[in-house]
Design a protein around this ligand. Structure first.
Ligand SMILES: [Fe+2]
Length: 357
């Protein structure tokens, strides 16, 4: 993904490419002249750079030592499905927004494709998922949430029918945002009370669109309605508690929060997966379901392949592989010694910290 810094464009110069906000809408059209006022406005909103294309999911995994050709091939397949789902999904959302048309067949195909792809390549996807953070679009967020939801569904032994339902629900969970003003959606600073009240309506709007406009089931619509509910009853819009919140909504809440904080946005960098996990742990029982959060953490890569880490014995290295179900004990290649430390076998060793570059 190409990044252009504001400092690279001088006052009086035309902006070279369309710049997007966090929701895929064009924020500044190419050709617009850069002015001191525009620059000040952007900087005031903490925007000092832009992404200029929609190329997503570009893992720089080739640089990881000892990665096999088979894995690289599988990554390619996943990338293709991901990019295709993104293109098709964005198209449907834009159609709905502009012309009130929506092809349910296409959504069904995307959901099926994702379910099949994740079932087949889960191990590889899990290993590289941290690299997915290079995105910034709401539509990409919906696809990521769908993928996490499918991974959760598989961990909970859902059959294919339920996997497809949860994939659909996850893809559509934020659909109500198409009715929210772009200015609110892409505001980089904190929303005021009025803006927040408007933003919260995306849950109810989502329910109405999914059920009334698109004619999906009550169950599917419910997930859009409930995905911001909290276990302790302090969520919105209804203030439901505990198991009064549908299981799918509780699952999607976890996927949604984790993806939101680990994703890069136009105005801020996402946190690394292990920090995302720490955050999830800090909100169990209050916001999210403890058992479901535990399942989630066990099934994602806390230290995805390519993560640079330091161990408690002082050695530094790169995560090159991991075991399913043991996210905290991957295999680490030690840079200087040219050896691999299998943390599942060398139990006195553990990852002390992630070395951020
Ligand atoms: Fe939402």
């Amino acid at each position: 993904m190409k990044k252009i810094y504001l400092s690279q464009i001088k006052d009086g110069e035309p902006i070279p490419k369309d710049f997007y906000n966090g929701h895929g809408a064009v924020l500044i059209k190419h050709g617009t002249e850069m002015t001191a006022l525009l620059r000040r406005k952007l900087l005031m909103n903490n925007i000092d750079c832009f992404y200029t294309d929609a190329a997503i999911f570009k893992p720089d995994i080739e640089k990881v030592p000892d990665i096999s050709k088979e894995i690289l091939k599988e990554i390619e397949v996943i990338q293709e499905v991901y990019q295709h789902s993104f293109n098709e999904f964005s198209q449907q959302m834009e159609n709905l927004k502009k012309n009130h048309t929506f092809d349910k067949k296409v959504l069904n195909e995307i959901a099926n494709e994702l379910v099949n792809c994740i079932s087949e390549h889960k191990q590889v996807y899990l290993g590289i998922q941290g690299i997915r953070r290079k995105d910034f679009y709401t539509y990409v967020h919906s696809i990521d949430v769908a993928i996490f939801a499918i991974i959760m569904g598989e961990a909970l032994k859902f059959d294919k029918t339920y996997l497809r339902i949860i994939a659909h629900s996850a893809l559509l969970h934020d659909i109500g945002k198409i009715k929210i003003d772009d200015k609110i959606l892409s505001k980089p600073s904190k929303l005021n009370d009025i803006e927040m009240a408007l933003m919260k309506k995306h849950t109810t709007y989502g329910y109405e669109i999914i059920k009334d406009e698109l004619g999906y089931s009550e169950e599917m619509a419910k997930i859009a309605w409930e995905h911001h509910e909290r276990l302790d009853g302090y969520g919105y819009p209804k203030g439901l508690r505990g198991n009064g919140i549908h299981l799918f909504s509780r699952i999607i809440a976890i996927c949604d929060i984790y993806d939101a904080i680990t994703s890069d946005r136009v105005y801020r960098k996402g946190v690394l997966p292990h920090r995302g996990v720490e955050y999830l742990m800090s909100i169990v029982d209050s916001h999210i379901d403890r058992e479901l959060a535990r399942k989630f953490i066990l099934n994602i890569a806390v230290y995805p392949i390519g993560t640079k880490v330091s161990l408690n014995n002082g050695e530094k290295g790169t995560v090159v592989d991991f075991y399913k179900g043991f996210p905290l004990r991957p295999i680490v290649k030690i840079n200087e010694k040219n050896i691999k430390r299998d943390l599942l076998k060398e139990l006195t060793l553990f990852i002390k910290e992630v070395v951020e570059d």
